[in-house]
Write a protein that binds this ligand. Structure first.
Ligand code: ARG
Length: 464
């Protein structure tokens, strides 16, 4: 194979090279198309670094000031969409520095004193992930608000509660929605802890060993909103645990969205009919005019698979890397950017769907009553009011279910005579507890499905 070479050696690092890289070398090396998303962070970190170099007398105050003004101009240009991508300049760090050189001349070459792209990219990427966490938290807040609002409307709406996707006991829709709110509370906590754990500044670790210049790492850390500088330069330039923490938090939040999406998909299906998706959240079919498809929910379910893949990809990327930086680490960004974009969309879509779903309480109530869902209530009544040991009470209630099935009607339609034929200890007082409303109302244990408990849970959530 003929290797086509580019002519000039690299202007940033090519001192020891006689010729340019192979065209494919240049192509595989360039990350600008992806890491341009770090431009804000790159400029912020460079400004903090230059200011510190000036403070420490490592740069003259004139040079530090020229660099700062120049970096602000570069930022304005990029914000205006004027970044000129050049694969020869590899990544966002060299693009910014190169443009700075065009704007302010040789002083730009002093910006890279006492730093390396290795500590630079670790710093930029951490700043970006920190911002992504803040966005995820905002998305979680919106979905939580939607869940709380709908749970409040439906604190007493009865629906079937399932185990094994078989009707188990009646529950309230409010309780069901609040279960997802609990998942979001844990998601929020995971993101908050990830943010706190990662908030140490790698800048000043330089290539891998630190630097001999009298830098002030505490100053740059503070300027960039970090709690402190990182403690070990080798770790700092090769650590991507923060990205893993982010991806893990994102993957689990996406799994929660996916589970809720799956419920919506089931509920919107004709056999369930528990919800109707409004037009704004449905799509049609190009062949079947009757269709109303829950595509957004299905895509949320699908996106969770991709976000899980992003997490796994990041872990596999790291597992074989010796200290310190290796170029494999350039592949840390696509997975994180992908997860961020997908999670933002997923949280927003879930919030929109939850806020706008039309619930169909009659369908839910009918389904809740089907499957003899109050059999446990009959057993509980026998144990509580007739002093029957629960195991025996369970057996009696089971025979009552068999009797209902033989009679071809639901348990709560059996007459007193029919129930007493099963066991004479069942009295008239037992009948009300067979209704789904009294079943849910009776589940008043802490964390239970009774409407009063659901209202309390909503109030507690709102007061947080
Ligand atoms: N573009 C690189 C990355 O994202 C920046 C660090 C490059 N460092 C190096 N020594 N080549 O990882």
């Amino acid at each position: 194979m003929k290797i086509s070479r580019t002519s000039n050696s690299n202007s940033m690092w090519g001192g020891r090279f006689a010729g340019g890289p192979a065209a494919v070398m240049r192509e595989i090396n360039a990350s600008i198309a992806i890491d341009k998303r770090l431009w804000r962070e790159d400029i912020a970190a460079s400004r903090a670094h230059a200011a510190m170099l000036g403070q420490q007398g490592i740069l003259t105050s004139d040079d530090a000031a020229a660099i700062d003004t120049g970096l602000q101009q570069v930022a304005a240009e990029i914000a205006d969409g004027k970044l000129v991508e050049d694969p020869a300049l590899e990544d966002i760090h060299m693009h910014v520095e190169h443009r700075l050189g065009e704007l302010i001349g040789p002083a730009a070459g002093r910006l890279h004193t006492a730093r390396s792209r290795n500590d630079q990219v670790a710093t930029d990427f951490k700043l970006w992930v920190r911002g992504a966490i803040d966005e995820a938290l905002a998305g979680i807040d919106l979905l939580e608000a939607a869940l709380l609002a709908r749970a409040e409307q439906h604190a007493a709406t009865v629906m079937p509660g399932f185990t094994h996707l078989q009707s188990g006991q009646p529950v309230t829709l409010g309780h069901h929605l609040m279960a997802y709110r609990e998942m979001l509370v844990r998601d929020r906590s995971r993101f908050v802890h990830a943010r706190a754990r990662m908030n140490e500044c790698p800048l000043g670790s330089a290539a891998l060993a630190g630097t001999g210049f009298p830098i002030d790492r505490a100053a740059t850390a503070l300027a960039l909103g970090f709690d402190r500088p990182t403690a070990n330069s080798l770790d700092a330039v090769s650590d991507r645990d923060f990205a893993v923490d982010y991806l893990h938090s994102a993957a689990l939040a996406a799994v929660h969205c996916s589970r809720l999406a799956e419920e919506i998909i089931l509920w919107a299906s004709q056999p369930f009919g528990f919800v109707r998706l409004p037009d704004a959240w449905s799509t049609g079919s190009s062949i079947m005019p009757n269709k109303r498809n829950p595509d957004a929910a299905e895509l949320v379910r699908g996106h969770s698979a991709r976000i899980i893949g992003d997490l796994v990809g990041m872990l596999v990327l790291l597992k074989g890397l010796p200290l310190a930086y290796a170029k494999d680490l350039q592949d840390d960004k696509p997975v994180v950017f992908d997860a961020h974009d997908l999670l933002s969309l997923s949280l927003a879509a879930m919030a929109g769907m939850i806020a706008n779903l039309e619930f169909v309480p009659e369908k839910m109530r009918t389904a809740a009553a089907a499957g003899h869902a109050t059999a446990t209530d009959l057993a509980d009544w026998l144990a509580r009011e007739a002093d029957v040991p629960f195991r025996e009470a369970h057996h009696i209630a089971g025979r009552a279910v068999a009797a209902a099935e033989a009679a071809g009607k639901p348990l709560d339609d059996l007459t007193l005579a029919e129930l007493q034929a099963v066991d004479p200890r069942i009295t008239h007082d037992a009948l009300p507890c067979l209704a789904v409303e009294s079943s849910v109302a009776s589940r008043t244990s802490a964390g239970g499905t009774a409407p009063v408990r659901v209202q309390e849970a909503i109030a507690a959530a709102r007061s947080k």
